[in-house]
Write a protein that binds this ligand. Sequence first.
Ligand code: GRG
Length: 291
Amino acid sequence: MHVQKIITYLQDIKKIVDNEIDDVLQNDNRLIDGLMKSAVYSSSGGKRVRAVFTYLVGQMFGIEKEKLIKSACSIELIHAASLIMDDLPYMDDSQLRRGKPANHVVFGQDVALLASIGLLSKASQIVFNDSQLTSDQKIKVTEILTNSFGFDGLAAGQFVDLKLKDKHIDFEIIEFINDKKTAALFTAAGKVAAIIGGAAAKQLSAIETFSENIGFAFQIVDDMIDIAGDKKIVGKDVGHDKMNFVKLVGEEEAERYLKDYHKKAEDALIGFGSKADELKSFSRYLLERVK
Ligand code: GRG
């Protein structure tokens, strides 16, 4: 896919996802207006790359976009919830997110935490209420989504990140953190589309390998931006991440790992032939955003 075509595709999906998220976060209870404002505030403004991932994997299985919208939004709601939590003073203590003050800076820590929990709940609810999915698909998709932020996903990665960052850090630990904090949501984004697309076990495992490796690579790029980026342009706090992969292994090594993860990802898609071309182009685009 040509770069301009990728950008247009990204913008189109972003528009669809942004509108759908606005819809699912409609509120008719005046009493919780303040809570919903906080949830809506942090659910907007993202690049929506995980949603695009879901769509492009779905496209490989020939699934129409409408069938993926709720699952794609669900991933983005989980992601938004995790960003709110991540920024809290007792977590990463960040002030800036998506080019605006972090949720807790505007709404307070108490409201921010409640909004994050509400978003996680909504993420499951919209899949359960998705009339486009069969009961079996709903169960499988919800299982993948809920696993992605628990003891085998975001919460586990964040725990190790927080508790080990002032102690000895080695490659195994940082890879665990990147796997759980970042790759887990990319993997979930790919897997839900594969499930909805009726993937065979071997195909599902290929998508899993692909998404996990792209997740690793995406985190390295994020860490490069954390070192080299300007917070006004990046839109979030930069430079204070002690668990930065690039800081740990050095720039040259990080480039090598980036290439390696990318290659492992692309190799996993060999069985899909040219059907995987758009997914590969998008991933390449995603990993080149710092250069
Ligand atoms: C139980 C939901 C939940 C979370 C608890 C706080 C926490 C554990 C985990 C934090 C995970 C986290 C924030 C990882 C960072 C991943 C990352 C690379 C974020 C940046 O993603 P982009 O660039 O951001 O896609 P946008 O803003 O474009 O969506």
